[in-house]
Write a protein that binds this ligand. Structure first.
Ligand SMILES: Nc1ncnc2c1ncn2[C@@H]1O[C@H](COP(=O)(O)OP(=O)(O)OP(=O)(O)O)[C@@H](O)[C@H]1O
Ligand SMILES: [Mg+2]
Length: 226
């Protein structure tokens, strides 16, 4: 992974967290945002497929149980539609204004879940997403690699120890989640310069430290840079 330092006052960077359900993406995204803000950066924390009014509606249509049959192509197009709104209305304007954008899931999740998991094919899903995003790519993707069993046990036990219901994709069997995991690892292997791959079984603090050290130059306080 490599991330060269531009002028942090003006360069909006696009950092994406990817990985299986329950890997710790939201936890680490929030910690990174906090660290960046402490260092004087303007930061936007957002998530896929939400972030806009229409995106949030699409998110609940695609993830909630009880919407009738959502076939694989419909699912892929709904995610791409939500992503188009997210990029156009939220992500690009923030990057253009010099804001660091930290996003929970992006195109790789569609390539993994719909392309590989739902077997629509990576190329087909990539092409609708190229159209949706206008070709926007993350500067860095942090891949939190989690086993299906560890991911499931983390996401189904709430902070108070009570069990938490799973959404449509989460409730797929371990075999599905195992293919998703392999797909993410394959994407990272193909483009190592754009990925930081971390074993998600580490503690929250260990992972946060590894992410902070990989992003070292960006965590230098803005006021101390020329
Ligand atoms: N490194 C970790 N070790 C142990 N527990 C963790 C770790 N990271 C996160 N958790 C816990 O696991 C649960 C899932 O974490 P989190 O919501 O951050 O994962 P996620 O990848 O965003 O999940 P989802 O895909 O469902 O959105 C939370 O209860 C969180 O506190
Ligand atoms: Mg999350």
């Amino acid at each position: 992974m490599s991330l060269t330092q531009q002028n942090p006052k003006t360069a909006g960077r696009f950092i994406v967290f990817e990985g299986g359900d329950g890997a710790g993406k939201s936890t680490q995204a929030a910690l990174l945002c906090e660290a960046l803000r402490k260092n004087g950066h303007q930061v936007l924390q957002t998530r896929e497929p939400g972030g806009t009014e229409i995106g949030e509606k699409l998110r609940s249509l695609v993830l909630d149980h009880g919407q009738g049959t959502v076939d694989a192509r419909t699912e892929a197009l709904m995610y791409a539609a939500a992503r188009a709104a997210h990029v156009e209305q939220v992500i690009r304007p923030a990057l253009d204004g010099g804001t660091m954008v930290i996003c929970d899931r992006f195109v790789d999740s569609s390539l993994a879940y719909q392309g590989v998991g739902r077997a629509l094919g990576e190329d087909a899903v990539r092409s609708i997403n190229e159209f949706a995003t206008g070709g926007l790519r993350p500067d860095l993707t942090v891949l939190l690699d989690v086993t299906p069993i560890a991911g499931r046990s983390r996401r189904t036990v709430g902070a108070d120890g009570a069990s938490v219901a799973e959404d449509r994709l989460e409730s797929e069997p371990d075999e599905f989640h195992s293919r998703i995991r392999d797909a993410f690892l394959h994407f990272a292997k193909r483009e190592p310069a754009r990925y930081l791959v971390l074993d998600a079984s580490q503690s929250i603090e260990e992972l946060a430290r590894a992410i902070a050290s990989a992003l070292g130059p960006l965590l230098v306080p803005v006021t101390e840079t020329p």
